[in-house]
Design a protein around this ligand. Structure first.
Ligand SMILES: [Zn+2]
Length: 71
């Protein structure tokens, strides 16, 4: 009989033990990602948004109507 404790589950991204909390990616699986990797992914998203100028915000519009017979 072994005195070893079962190994802590590992992060699916960095494979470090999940000792400081994690997020489960899908409810039906046990795929977990640690908070450090979640923070890194969030920072990558912010950089990507900053590089592309971010989402375009529509502040107004002018309707255009097509007319087939103006005569
Ligand atoms: Zn991780």
């Amino acid at each position: 009989m072994s005195d070893l404790l079962p190994a802590a589950p590992a992060c699916a991204c960095c494979e470090e033990p999940l000792t400081r909390g994690s997020v489960r990616l899908w409810p039906d699986t046990d795929v977990r990602v640690c908070y450090d990797c979640i923070d890194w992914m969030t920072s990558q998203r912010d950089l990507q948004i900053a590089r592309t100028g971010g989402p375009v915000r529509v502040v107004g519009h002018e309707p255009i109507f097509r007319v087939d017979d103006v005569a």
